[in-house]
Design a protein around this ligand. Structure first.
Ligand SMILES: [Zn+2]
Length: 152
Protein backbone atom coordinates (compact mmCIF):
# COMPACT_ATOMS: atom_id res chain seq x y z
CA UNK A 1 0.00 0.00 0.00
CA UNK A 2 1.06 3.59 -0.31
CA UNK A 3 3.10 5.21 2.46
CA UNK A 4 0.21 7.51 3.38
CA UNK A 5 -1.98 4.51 4.24
CA UNK A 6 0.77 2.82 6.28
CA UNK A 7 1.60 6.09 8.07
CA UNK A 8 -2.05 6.83 8.93
CA UNK A 9 -2.70 3.31 10.23
CA UNK A 10 0.50 3.45 12.31
CA UNK A 11 -0.41 6.87 13.64
CA UNK A 12 -3.93 5.76 14.58
CA UNK A 13 -2.60 2.76 16.50
CA UNK A 14 0.15 4.88 18.05
CA UNK A 15 -2.58 7.03 19.53
CA UNK A 16 -3.82 4.07 21.56
CA UNK A 17 -0.65 2.01 22.18
CA UNK A 18 2.08 4.10 23.76
CA UNK A 19 4.69 1.46 24.56
CA UNK A 20 7.13 1.55 21.62
CA UNK A 21 7.92 -2.17 21.87
CA UNK A 22 4.25 -3.16 21.88
CA UNK A 23 3.65 -0.67 19.07
CA UNK A 24 6.42 -2.22 16.96
CA UNK A 25 5.14 -5.74 17.69
CA UNK A 26 1.72 -4.75 16.35
CA UNK A 27 2.74 -2.51 13.46
CA UNK A 28 5.41 -4.54 11.69
CA UNK A 29 3.13 -7.58 11.14
CA UNK A 30 0.27 -5.21 10.33
CA UNK A 31 2.32 -3.65 7.51
CA UNK A 32 2.58 -7.04 5.80
CA UNK A 33 -1.09 -7.84 6.49
CA UNK A 34 -2.15 -4.56 4.86
CA UNK A 35 0.03 -5.35 1.86
CA UNK A 36 -1.89 -8.60 1.28
CA UNK A 37 -4.94 -6.54 0.32
CA UNK A 38 -5.33 -5.59 -3.31
CA UNK A 39 -3.67 -2.22 -3.97
CA UNK A 40 -2.18 -0.29 -6.85
CA UNK A 41 1.45 0.82 -6.85
CA UNK A 42 2.93 4.00 -8.25
CA UNK A 43 6.30 2.32 -8.51
CA UNK A 44 7.36 -0.89 -10.16
CA UNK A 45 10.33 -2.74 -11.55
CA UNK A 46 10.96 0.01 -14.11
CA UNK A 47 10.90 2.85 -11.57
CA UNK A 48 14.10 4.78 -11.03
CA UNK A 49 15.11 7.12 -8.23
CA UNK A 50 14.71 9.98 -10.68
CA UNK A 51 11.11 9.37 -11.70
CA UNK A 52 9.79 8.21 -8.33
CA UNK A 53 11.44 10.46 -5.76
CA UNK A 54 8.80 13.19 -6.12
CA UNK A 55 6.00 10.62 -5.78
CA UNK A 56 7.50 9.24 -2.58
CA UNK A 57 7.97 12.75 -1.20
CA UNK A 58 4.37 13.66 -2.08
CA UNK A 59 3.16 10.41 -0.48
CA UNK A 60 5.13 11.17 2.72
CA UNK A 61 3.88 14.77 2.75
CA UNK A 62 0.20 13.83 2.41
CA UNK A 63 0.40 11.37 5.30
CA UNK A 64 2.53 13.72 7.38
CA UNK A 65 0.25 16.72 6.89
CA UNK A 66 -2.89 14.75 7.82
CA UNK A 67 -1.22 13.37 10.96
CA UNK A 68 0.19 16.73 12.07
CA UNK A 69 -3.17 18.37 11.38
CA UNK A 70 -4.96 15.76 13.51
CA UNK A 71 -2.47 16.31 16.35
CA UNK A 72 -2.91 20.07 16.10
CA UNK A 73 -6.69 20.11 15.63
CA UNK A 74 -7.34 17.70 18.48
CA UNK A 75 -4.78 19.40 20.71
CA UNK A 76 -3.23 16.03 21.48
CA UNK A 77 -0.74 16.04 24.41
CA UNK A 78 2.91 15.74 23.39
CA UNK A 79 3.48 12.27 24.92
CA UNK A 80 0.69 10.85 22.75
CA UNK A 81 1.78 12.94 19.75
CA UNK A 82 5.23 11.37 19.94
CA UNK A 83 3.64 7.92 20.04
CA UNK A 84 1.48 8.80 17.01
CA UNK A 85 4.52 9.96 15.01
CA UNK A 86 6.54 6.92 16.15
CA UNK A 87 3.68 4.68 15.00
CA UNK A 88 3.65 6.34 11.57
CA UNK A 89 7.41 5.84 11.16
CA UNK A 90 7.45 2.21 12.35
CA UNK A 91 4.54 1.44 10.08
CA UNK A 92 6.47 2.61 6.99
CA UNK A 93 9.73 0.91 8.03
CA UNK A 94 9.32 -2.31 5.95
CA UNK A 95 9.06 -0.20 2.79
CA UNK A 96 12.32 1.57 3.70
CA UNK A 97 13.97 -1.86 3.88
CA UNK A 98 12.64 -2.63 0.40
CA UNK A 99 14.18 0.56 -0.98
CA UNK A 100 17.51 -0.18 0.70
CA UNK A 101 17.61 -3.67 -0.79
CA UNK A 102 16.24 -2.74 -4.18
CA UNK A 103 18.15 0.43 -4.96
CA UNK A 104 21.21 0.26 -2.72
CA UNK A 105 21.68 -3.51 -2.91
CA UNK A 106 21.84 -4.25 0.81
CA UNK A 107 22.14 -8.03 0.31
CA UNK A 108 21.40 -8.99 3.91
CA UNK A 109 17.88 -7.66 3.40
CA UNK A 110 17.14 -10.16 0.64
CA UNK A 111 15.01 -12.52 2.79
CA UNK A 112 12.92 -9.65 4.13
CA UNK A 113 12.57 -8.29 0.60
CA UNK A 114 11.40 -11.65 -0.73
CA UNK A 115 8.90 -12.03 2.11
CA UNK A 116 7.58 -8.55 1.39
CA UNK A 117 7.15 -9.47 -2.28
CA UNK A 118 5.40 -12.72 -1.36
CA UNK A 119 2.68 -11.07 0.75
CA UNK A 120 1.65 -9.18 -2.36
CA UNK A 121 -0.59 -11.89 -3.75
CA UNK A 122 -1.09 -10.30 -7.18
CA UNK A 123 1.95 -10.47 -9.48
CA UNK A 124 3.90 -7.27 -10.21
CA UNK A 125 2.55 -6.86 -13.73
CA UNK A 126 -1.10 -7.78 -13.00
CA UNK A 127 -3.98 -5.37 -13.47
CA UNK A 128 -4.64 -5.57 -9.71
CA UNK A 129 -1.33 -3.75 -9.11
CA UNK A 130 -1.94 -0.90 -11.57
CA UNK A 131 -2.20 2.64 -10.30
CA UNK A 132 -5.97 3.07 -10.74
CA UNK A 133 -8.81 4.37 -8.61
CA UNK A 134 -10.30 0.86 -8.40
CA UNK A 135 -7.04 -0.45 -6.98
CA UNK A 136 -6.87 2.45 -4.53
CA UNK A 137 -10.15 1.43 -2.87
CA UNK A 138 -8.49 -0.50 -0.03
CA UNK A 139 -5.96 2.29 0.57
CA UNK A 140 -8.85 4.74 0.83
CA UNK A 141 -10.89 2.51 3.17
CA UNK A 142 -7.96 1.87 5.55
CA UNK A 143 -6.94 5.54 5.47
CA UNK A 144 -10.46 6.70 6.29
CA UNK A 145 -10.72 4.24 9.21
CA UNK A 146 -7.33 5.45 10.47
CA UNK A 147 -8.35 9.12 10.21
CA UNK A 148 -11.55 8.35 12.16
CA UNK A 149 -9.53 6.57 14.88
CA UNK A 150 -7.09 9.47 14.97
CA UNK A 151 -9.84 12.04 15.38
CA UNK A 152 -11.88 10.24 18.05
ZN1 LIG B 1 4.93 -2.64 2.04
Amino acid sequence: MILTTHALVGAAIGKYIHNPIALTAVLIPLHYILDTFRHGEYLGKKSTFKNTTWKVILDLLVGGVIILFAIYAKNIPSVISISIITGALISMFPDLLTVLYWKLNFKFLEKIYKFHQRVHKFPDDSKERLWTLRNAANDIIFSVIAIILLSL
